[in-house]
Ligand binder design. Sequence first.
Ligand code: GLN
Length: 475
Amino acid sequence: MKKYSSFSDIQSDILSQKITCETLVAYYLQNIEARNAELNVFTSVYADEAKAQAKIIDEKIKNGTQGKLAGLVVGIKDVLAYQNHPLQASSKILDGFISQFTATAVQRLLNEDAIIIGRQNCDEFAMGSSNENSTYGLTRNAQDPSRVPGGSSGASAVAIQADMCLVSLGSDTGGSVRQPASFCGVVGLKPTYSRISRYGLVAYASSFDCIGIFGNNVIDVAKTLEVIAGADDFDSTVSKNDVPNYTQEILEKAPQKYKIAYIKETLENDGLSALVKEKTLSKIKSLQEAGHTVEAVDFPLLKYLLPVYYILTTAEASSNLGRYDGVRYGYRSKNVSDLKDLYVKTRSEGFGIEVQKRIILGTFVLSASYYDAYYTKAQKMRRLVKEATDKIFENYDFIVMPTTPNIAFKIGENQTDPVQMYLEDIFTVQANVVGIPAISIPNGTDENGLSVGFQIASSHFQEEKLLKFANEISN
Ligand code: GLN
């Protein structure tokens, strides 16, 4: 079977019965079989189920009763609940856990006849930037297996890169969809906070967490978003705003000339590699040549973004992860003497080092003596960052910047230097701190074919405009 890189090609061949869902599923299973042992992308492959589902959908296609996403083969990050399937957030602490219900986003895909092909590796509890912190072992970048794919949804990006499925669902709390998309040369969207229900998403930092989407192109991502976004009785924080028909917007509305800002401090940042800087500047130049206005703006708060992000997310994580105690579900330490010993041993053995570090940091910033110095201050700074960002959007349609300061780094390279690892998120966390949507699209490669990403952010609930523009300027 030929390689498909867009859902519309798949759909037209499926509807004209040139291919069937069964052959499509067999094709992806073959690709998984070929490289999964090396790259470590899928931690469960639902082969029999996907084949059976494909058969049912093929019948529906014959009768003309298929859903909107018939022929879409999807992989899901191991933080999304899928009833009667394992769910571990790549952590030992959830050893043997089976979901009792299905995440709303996953259910909506199933309702439209998408096929879930398997569960994807990630950093434990979505904490990480390299997919190296996982109870299942690290995931490799398919462009260069000696390099990381990014994280925490690294495997979800590699699944697209290595053609193991057409779309992946990941999660983005501080860049976990956009950074791996950038490292793997695919498209990755983090929508507005609350655009997609978080019901069935394992919580890391609830006021930041968003389900995000990976695809080969912006239109596939838009099509998926329009199915999974919107009000949900199971999540009281989800937005009730109508969900626009994003695909129609992209395909039918005439292109426009936009006012675009880039943050001066991002391009002056010490950690920015010469290559990423050059690629970003040349993209900006091409936007100007295409008739858009692109101007530099000051954003002196940039240096506060990572401290704000790491104080608030660790605080939220320390509380969210309190539920894993070895009593109700998941891993339980053996050889314990009393209840306290059970908690201590279970949590010490069940959580990896990075997760333990964040729980301790979060507990510290929430402790009575340090609450005001760290947690309250970070909350105030979050507000200032939001106001300063909103101010930019009073004058501009988009903010553009590199997705990451560097290309994919070597496996192990940042393991001994957590600050360097945290700096990977310097350009992605703003969107989560503020809650705005942002997308990473490919922006060329270095001389060895390693991808560079370009990030575009818009104001809250402006996904229509964002996706349309991202599609227009995609190479
Ligand atoms: N890399 C960031 C972190 O480690 C972002 C993670 C995410 O978005 N889930 O927290």
